[in-house]
Design a protein around this ligand. Structure first.
Ligand code: CP3
Length: 342
C-alpha cells in the first residue's frame, strides 16, 4: 500500500505525520458527488449500484487528498437486510414504514446473510479496492447495535428516541433479543466486508449519548464488545457519540481505536484511555464554517492537544453537507503540514 499512515498509527509505528480523513467525506459536500447522485433516483439506488458507490467512495481521495476512503453506504442497510426496509426522505432523513414493537414483529426478522442480502456493498468494496489500487486504506463500517436498534424501534431519527428508550424500560428482554439479532448480523457483515477487502472497520454508535451510563453498559457495551472480539482480522474503531462516560470502558475493549466527538476534552480522554488505544477526532464540524485563519488555528490547537498519543485527525462527527470543499481542503492541508513534536 502506497499510503498506509493510518494503519501504521493504529499499530503504534512511527509516522512522518498525522493521517487525516473525515466522517461523511463521501457525500453532499462535493459537487462531483451531487452530479452522480442526480443521475439516479436517490440515495438508496446510488448505494445499491456498486460501480457508482465505488466512484463516489474514491472521489474524496482524489479531490480532498484524505489518507483513507470510507465505503459509500449507510448504517441502515443492516435493518433492511434483516427484513426491515427503509426509505430516505429528501431533507428529512431515514424513515421505516414498519418498526419493531413486539415479539411478533421480531419474529419477522432474520439474521442476514451478507453474501446475498448485502452483496451490493461487498461488490462496491471489491470495485473500490481495484479503483484505489493501493493508494490508501479502505474503511468498512456498520452501525452499533444500540444505534441500529434505535432506528428499528423508533422508525426514524428523533430528538428523544422515546419509543426506543421506552422499550428498554418496558420490555428489556425483547430489547436484548433484538440487539442480539442485530449483533449477529453485524458481525457477519463486518467479517464479509473484511473478506471483500476492507482494511479496517468503524462502528458508529451515533446515539450512544442519549442513554444513561448504566443503560449504556447494559444495552450497548456488551454488544460492541462481542463485535470487537469477533472481528479480529483488521483493526476496529469504535466511535460512540456523546459517550464521554464510557471512555474507560472503551480503553479495555478489544478495539484498536476510539473515536472522540467534539464535546470531549482531549487531555481528559488521553488520561482515561492511557495510551491503550489510538484516538481519532475531534474538531468541531462547525469550525469548517470559520474564517481560514481561525480554522487553521483550531486545527493546530487540536493536533497539539493530541500530541503524544497515536492520533488520526478527523472531525468530531460527520462533515455538515453545506460545508465548502475549500474549507475541507484547508483542514486536510493543515494536518498534513503540521510538525509532530518529537
Ligand atoms: O462517511 C462516509 O463518507 C460514508 C458514507 C456514510 C453515509 N452514512 C452516507 C449517507 C456513512 C458512514 C453513514 C453512516 C450513518 N448513517 C450514520 C452514522 C454516522 C453519523 O452520522 O452519526 C447514521 C446515524 C446514518 C443514518 C442516516 N443516513 C441519516 C440520519 C441520514 C440523513 C441525514 C443526512 O445526512 O442526510 C442518512 C442519509 C445519508 N447517509 C446520506 C449520505 C451521503 C445523505 C443522502 C443523500 O445523498 O441524499
Amino acid at each position: 500500500m502506497k499510503n498506509d499512515l493510518l494503519l501504521r498509527v493504529i499499530k503504534g509505528e512511527a509516522v512522518e505525520r498525522t493521517p487525516v480523513w473525515l466522517m461523511r467525506q463521501a457525500g453532499r459536500i462535493l459537487p462531483e458527488y451531487r452530479a452522480v447522485r442526480a443521475s439516479v433516483r436517490g440515495f438508496i439506488e446510488l448505494a445499491q449500484t456498486p460501480e457508482l458507490a465505488a466512484e463516489v467512495t474514491i472521489q474524496p481521495v482524489d479531490l480532498l487528498g484524505v489518507d483513507a476512503a470510507i465505503i459509500f453506504s449507510d448504517i441502515l442497510v443492516v435493518p433492511e437486510a434483516m427484513g426491515l426496509p427503509y426509505e430516505m426522505v429528501e431533507k428529512r432523513g431515514p424513515w421505516f414504514p414498519k418498526t419493531i414493537g413486539s415479539a411478533a414483529d421480531l419474529k419477522k426478522l432474520r439474521v442476514a446473510d451478507p453474501q446475498t442480502d448485502l452483496h451490493y456493498v461487498l461488490e462496491a468494496i471489491r470495485l473500490t479496492k481495484k479503483g484505489l489500487n493501493g493508494r490508501v486504506p479502505l474503511i468498512g463500517f456498520a452501525g452499533a447495535p444500540w444505534t441500529i436498534f434505535a432506528y428499528m424501534v423508533e422508525g426514524s431519527g428523533s430528538k428523544t428516541f422515546s419509543k426506543a428508550r421506552a422499550m428498554l424500560y418496558q420490555n428489556p428482554d425483547l430489547a436484548h433479543k433484538l440487539l442480539d439479532l442485530i449483533t449477529k448480523t453485524t458481525i457477519k457483515y463486518l467479517q464479509a466486508q473484511v473478506g471483500a477487502g476492507a482494511n479496517l472497520v468503524q462502528i458508529f454508535d451515533s446515539w450512544a449519548g442519549i442513554l444513561p451510563p448504566d443503560q449504556y453498559r447494559a444495552f450497548s457495551l456488551p454488544y460492541l464488545e462481542r463485535i470487537c472480539e469477533a472481528v479480529t482480522e483488521v483493526p476496529v474503531t469504535v466511535f460512540a457519540k456523546g459517550a464521554y462516560f464510557a471512555m474507560k470502558d472503551f480503553s479495555r475493549m478489544a478495539c484498536a481505536t476510539v473515536g472522540l466527538d467534539w464535546n470531549m476534552d482531549i487531555g481528559e480522554v488521553k488520561q482515561l484511555v492511557d495510551g491503550k488505544k489510538a484516538l481519532q477526532g475531534n474538531l468541531d464540524p462547525a469550525a469548517l464554517y470559520a474564517p481560514d485563519e481561525t480554522l487553521v488555528a483550531q486545527t493546530r490547537s487540536m493536533l497539539s492537544q493530541f500530541a503524544g498519543s497515536r492520533h488520526i485527525a478527523n472531525l468530531g462527527h460527520g462533515v455538515y453537507p453545506d460545508t465548502s470543499p475549500e474549507k475541507v481542503k484547508l483542514f486536510v492541508q493543515t494536518v498534513k503540514e503540521f510538525e509532530i513534536a518529537p
